[in-house]
Design a protein around this ligand. Structure first.
Ligand SMILES: [Mg+2]
Length: 155
């Protein structure tokens, strides 16, 4: 007796569900203590390349996307009190949503760094040096104001 194999035309073909190179090569989990910035930049670069999205990932679009994702992060905390925001725990939905939005922001930053060929670790270390000079710890400790704004205004 011959069995008839039912074929679902809507089912994905085996070739459609093959994992992409980035999905295969991506570690199961990244973690801050073991993942380098270069690895993260590479994952984002592969993600963009595999989708042929280079044409969309230009500095204008990416800088706008960073701002849009930052707004999405702010929206999560928009109407809640600080006490509620500070009480967020790892198992709360807000925590997971914040993780997603922070990741969106950073992924776009990584892509912008790829496009502009910015060495992020160098850029960050240079900026930290500038910030240390701009906000001397002896003047700024416990005071969030910029040093030049701490002096009384002269009219
Ligand atoms: Mg988002």
């Amino acid at each position: 007796m011959k069995t008839i194999k039912k074929i679902n035309p809507a089912a994905p073909k085996k070739t459609d569900i093959k994992k992409s190179a980035a999905e295969k090569s991506a570690p199961v989990k990244f973690c801050d203590s073991k993942t380098t910035v270069a690895e993260l930049k590479s994952v984002m670069k592969n993600f963009v390349n595999e989708r042929e999205w280079e044409k969309y990932h230009d500095p204008k679009n990416l800088s706008m996307s960073i701002a849009i994702e930052a707004a999405e992060l702010m929206e999560l905390f928009q109407w809640i009190k600080n006490e509620e925001a500070m009480a967020v725990t790892k198992d709360s939905p807000l925590y997971m949503e914040a993780c997603d939005e922070i990741s969106d922001i950073i992924l776009y930053c990584l892509s912008l760094a790829n496009v502009l060929k910015i060495d992020l670790a160098s850029a960050i270390s240079n900026k930290v040096v500038k910030n240390v000079k701009k906000y001397p710890k002896d003047i700024c400790r416990g005071d969030y104001k910029k040093p030049h704004k701490t002096a009384p205004a002269v009219d």
